[in-house]
Design a protein around this ligand. Structure first.
Ligand SMILES: [Zn+2]
Ligand SMILES: [Zn+2]
Length: 374
């Protein structure tokens, strides 16, 4: 089968790899229709993360059709349209049963084989998915192929980022006595409508965080990026846009100088994190999902203490959050497929990585069309 494999930093090879076979009765094989190219693939591409073994099939985002299932797979059948999280999960361990599927003790990241241990990725024609009953989800007919792919990573990661922010802000407005009878639901809506949320970084995850914050009922979202097309797309979804050099004034003006309630950090470096601490108001939240390979924090414990700040981070538990994110997709309020600026063939793999890395051709997100015609 065709595959994009890791050779060395900045070299991804379009090659022929052997088609995976079922190894355990709980495995499934998925024939890929679409495979995504994700910002975290770039960490491997750029060599900022220890690379996988040479020959590892790249990628962890996918949508496809089930080609084979082991005898113990439940609820997933040959021919089903499926998506899956970028990490597999067993569905049974403490974390899988406590809403943190991304920390499954049996989970593996797709597209990362190191010293011959791990899973090959999805930028190919067929992928092996262990623990298929809990690692794959069937997609309802109303959810498109691309929406399914986005659910497996960037959309749900953006939602996770927004939820972690919006749900953890300190400071409830004191309600007058006569409003005490207002329903708890209405109060919650009022609370969210008051929030000012800043999204740092309008790559695919940042844009999905914009969409999610608006879907959750946030009153004002200001999206920040250096790349104009990305800010434009955030505006299209309903955010206000700002360049990094204008964000301080924008926040000051709309919060009486207090600072923003929530910062959603989707860049993944220390300058974004230190800007986040500068922009957040006392009692606010920094919710960080950008994968940050730094060794240290850019702010010290005292400066965090002095702002009563809450810092949330971590890998998105896709399978745990799926029931909450599906309704966002089904609402059809947002044209999620708009973030896919490029549909390419696996044979253009190296070109795709280079373009996405350098953000040329107004590239926001690439998907590889693999087996679409059948
Ligand atoms: Zn990813
Ligand atoms: Zn588990």
């Amino acid at each position: 089968m065709q595959a994009l494999t890791f050779h060395s930093p900045y070299t991804i090879i379009h090659t022929s790899a052997s088609r995976p076979r079922l190894c355990s009765p709980t495995d499934a094989i998925v024939r890929i229709r679409f495979a995504g190219l994700c910002g975290s693939d770039l960490h491997i591409y750029r060599g900022t993360e220890p690379g996988p073994d040479r020959g590892t099939v790249m990628g962890h985002e996918f949508m496809g059709v089930v080609a084979e299932v082991g005898s113990k797979v439940v609820g997933i059948n040959v021919g089903d349209r499926v998506g899956g999280a970028f990490t597999t999960c067993c569905g049974e361990c403490y974390y899988c049963t406590h809403s943190l599927s991304s920390r499954c003790i049996n989970g593996l990241l797709l597209g990362y084989v190191s010293s011959s241990v791990g899973l090959h990725g999805t930028q190919c024609e067929y992928v092996l998915i262990p623990n298929a009953s809990s690692s794959l989800f069937t997609c309802p007919p109303l959810i498109s192929d691309i929406e399914t792919l986005l659910l497996g990573d960037v959309l749900t990661t953006g939602y996770h980022c927004a939820l972690n922010g919006v749900e953890n802000v300190y400071g409830f407005r004191k309600e007058p006595m006569d409003e005490e009878t207002a329903s708890a639901k209405q109060r919650e809506l009022n609370r969210k409508a008051e929030l000012v949320v800043i999204v740092l970084g309008c790559g695919p995850v940042g844009l999905m965080a914009v969409v999610s914050a608006l879907y959750l009922g946030v009153g004002k979202v200001i999206a920040v990026d250096m790349v104009e097309e990305r800010v434009q797309m955030a505006r299209m979804y309903g955010a206000e846009g700002a360049r990094p050099d204008a964000v301080r004034d924008a926040v000051r003006n709309c919060t009486d100088g207090r600072g923003a309630d929530v910062i959603l950090e989707a860049v993944g470096n220390n300058s974004a994190l230190s800007l986040a601490l500068e922009l957040v108001r006392p009692g606010g939240v920094i919710s960080s999902v950008g994968v940050n390979n730094s060794d240290t924090f850019p702010f010290n414990p005292t400066s965090a203490y002095n702002k009563n700040v809450t810092f949330k981070t971590g890998r998105c538990p896709v399978m745990s959050l799926l029931p909450q994110v599906m309704p966002l997709v089904l609402s059809k309020k947002y044209d999620l497929e708009k973030i896919i600026t490029h549909r390419m063939k696996l044979s253009d793999g190296n070109k795709a990585y280079e373009m996405f890395d350098k953000k040329t051709n107004a590239c926001i997100k690439v998907v590889f069309e693999v087996g679409v015609e059948e």
